[in-house]
Design a protein around this ligand. Structure first.
Ligand code: RIB
Ligand code: CA
Length: 313
């Protein structure tokens, strides 16, 4: 086996973040060298705690978890307890973590690590608002040429938005951070709602995860049972979109996805369309193609991969 790919997961757990972290920790192709928490679905004090709860659920108290930005660059924090519950991980009753939070500020950890590791060896996997990533790029612009790639969940175009008619939550919460990242020149793979809305946690798929019959299988099914209810009611579908694990699945099996290189520009001026990701899918603007934008997924293949890997924990 070739050497594991080194990744840093930046996250706002969040049930779907939690499943993404479990998938990464279950996959030997990936080495999770650190997890950085950001304010998003719930406030930072909860996202950093939840990240540690998930590491312990996976039997990985050795993972280094760092706490980062407590609020977006310019705007006030918007959270999503209506989706994720007041803890951000409603569903299973997970014990309070005993593993320690790292003392170093997440943004300093990102800069220090990216400057120390060999150029082009670290992949960043943002699963929440991009505040930590933008702060690191602002603090030390030299990291931009050292980051191998950024594979992020965020944005939406054909599918419109989920928190407003035009904006997806991660980008809406911190559109200015998204602007910094999209203009950074770092190779970006973007998992927008256009693809994640095709990865639905149908009852059959959740029961296949529950049937793994382990504490991880049971907890994951309970996370999804809670998480999906909001979108099932909103969209009238069997199951809800499983957003964040698409990022990790792309690293493991990119052939599960279809997309194209496009220009993506984010709205940071108009309150009406704040956080909208304008995807030039037909190449009409001539603007630089700064992101590989995914639009289709082999959903059965995705859930088959996820279920098999969860069974390894
Ligand atoms: O819009 C979906 C995204 O917002 C996911 O990352 C979810 O966890 C929330 O952060
Ligand atoms: Ca998230």
């Amino acid at each position: 086996m070739s050497q594991a790919a080194k990744i840093i997961i930046d996250t706002d757990p969040g049930q779907d973040d939690a499943v993404a972290i479990l998938l990464a920790l279950a996959s030997p192709e990936l080495e999770v060298i650190g997890i950085t928490a950001v304010a998003g679905n719930v406030p930072l004090a909860l996202t950093e705690t939840n990240a540690r709860k998930i590491c312990e659920l996976a039997g990985r108290p050795d993972i280094k978890v760092y706490s980062g930005a407590v609020r977006p660059l310019m705007r006030q924090l918007v959270t999503a307890e209506e989706v994720h519950g007041k803890t951000g991980l409603d569903g299973p009753d997970l014990p309070e973590p005993t593993m320690q939070l790292q003392k170093q500020y997440a943004v300093d950890y990102l800069v220090e690590t990216l400057m120390a590791e060999p150029e082009g060896t670290i992949t960043l996997c943002p699963l929440g608002p991009l505040t930590n990533i933008a702060l690191a790029l602002i603090k030390e612009p030299k990291i931009a040429s050292r980051i191998k790639q950024i594979v992020l969940m965020g944005g939406g175009y054909f599918e419109q938005g989920n928190v407003t008619p035009s904006a997806e939550f991660n980008i809406y919460v911190d559109p200015h951070a998204a602007d910094v990242v999209l203009k950074s020149g770092v190779p970006i793979v973007m998992m927008p709602l256009d693809v994640t809305h095709k990865a639905l946690t149908t009852r059959a798929r959740v029961e296949a995860i529950r049937a793994i019959g382990t504490p991880v299988g049971e907890a994951t099914a309970a996370l999804l049972d809670f998480f999906e209810r909001y979108d099932e009611q909103k969209y009238g579908t069997d199951g809800g979109p499983l957003h964040d694990p698409c990022v990790i699945a792309w690293l493991l099996k990119p052939e599960l996805f279809l997309g194209r290189d496009c220009n993506v520009t984010v709205e940071t001026m108009s309150e009406l369309t704040m956080g909208a990701t304008v995807v030039d899918w037909w190449g009409t603007t001539g603007r630089p193609k700064n992101a590989k934008v995914m639009r289709d997924i082999d959903a059965d293949g995705f859930f088959g991969l996820l279920t098999e890997r969860l069974g390894r924990l």
